[in-house]
Design a protein around this ligand. Structure first.
Ligand code: BGC
Length: 248
């Protein structure tokens, strides 16, 4: 099969690697650069080109974006430069790279990877993948089919955007220890459980590396709550899977 490349564009880093989408693994060690600040489109495109050109790749490239993406167009930008709103991001990346580009929401990408190759493998029914990082990302699956751009990090919790209270950036910002943060995550999970009644909730994002510090602190609930398995590679793998699918 054609080699596919995955790029994960995050609030702090942009990382990429060639991927075997069928096995859900990186085929070479990933390369990372810091996300330019401000993260305006021109600077991010240049950083993405730097990452991709580190490898000898020609072929489809999948990219994640931390906002709503519809048909390759970025529509929101909660934690990146507002210059992204309303852009044809897929067009921009494919022109700069000279390769076909597919762009999708970062949590949706992580979700695709977890459902195919990680903690959600073989799960039917309603599954939610939630990523805790700078924001809270969400990917909703019904019998393995993604409902894209659910944006559940922006549900209202105690009169605020939920991610302002319960993301891992909020943990740092408010100096919360694991116990106090877990109370906020529980409140958030109560809300999503009330609205969607998922059978399984997969907790991803950078903080999932430390899942043994906080998952045991969470209350028992109807949904099983498990850590993501692909951790930091989920975005790269999911982006590449989306690019492979787009290429037919
Ligand atoms: C954005 C989402 C994104 C999440 C995680 C939120 O602020 O609105 O699109 O998935 O952060 O990066």
């Amino acid at each position: 099969m054609t080699a596919v490349f995955g790029v994960d564009i995050g609030g702090s880093g942009i990382k990429g690697a060639p991927v075997d989408p069928a096995r859900g693994v990186l085929t070479q060690e990933r390369f990372k650069v810091l996300t330019p600040q401000p993260s305006d489109p021109r600077a991010v495109v240049a950083a993405v080109c730097e990452v991709v050109r580190t490898f000898d790749h020609r072929g489809p490239v999948g990219l994640t974006f931390p906002g709503v993406v519809v048909d390759g167009h970025t529509r929101t930008a909660a934690n990146v430069d507002k210059g992204w709103v309303g852009l044809d991001a897929a067009g921009l990346f494919s022109e700069a790279l000279g390769m076909p580009a597919t762009v999708l929401n970062d949590a949706d990408a992580a979700g695709l990877a977890e459902l195919a190759h990680g903690a959600g493998r073989g799960e039917s029914g309603v599954v939610l993948v939630l990523t805790f990082g700078t924001g809270i990302g969400s990917a909703l699956f019904v019998d393995g089919v993604l409902v894209p751009n659910t944006e559940l990090g922006h549900l209202e919790l105690r009169g605020k955007d939920a991610e302002r209270r319960a993301s891992s950036a909020a943990k740092e910002r408010h100096g919360l220890d694991w116990e106090r943060w877990a109370v906020r995550v529980d409140e958030y999970l109560d809300l999503v459980e009330k609205l969607f009644s998922p059978q399984l909730v997969v907790i991803g994002g950078g903080v999932s590396r430390k899942h043994e510090r906080f998952l045991p602190l969470l209350r028992a609930r109807e949904a099983r709550v498990v850590p993501a398995e692909l951790r930091n590679d989920a975005g790269i793998v999911g982006a590449a899977m989306a690019a492979a699918r787009a290429g037919g």
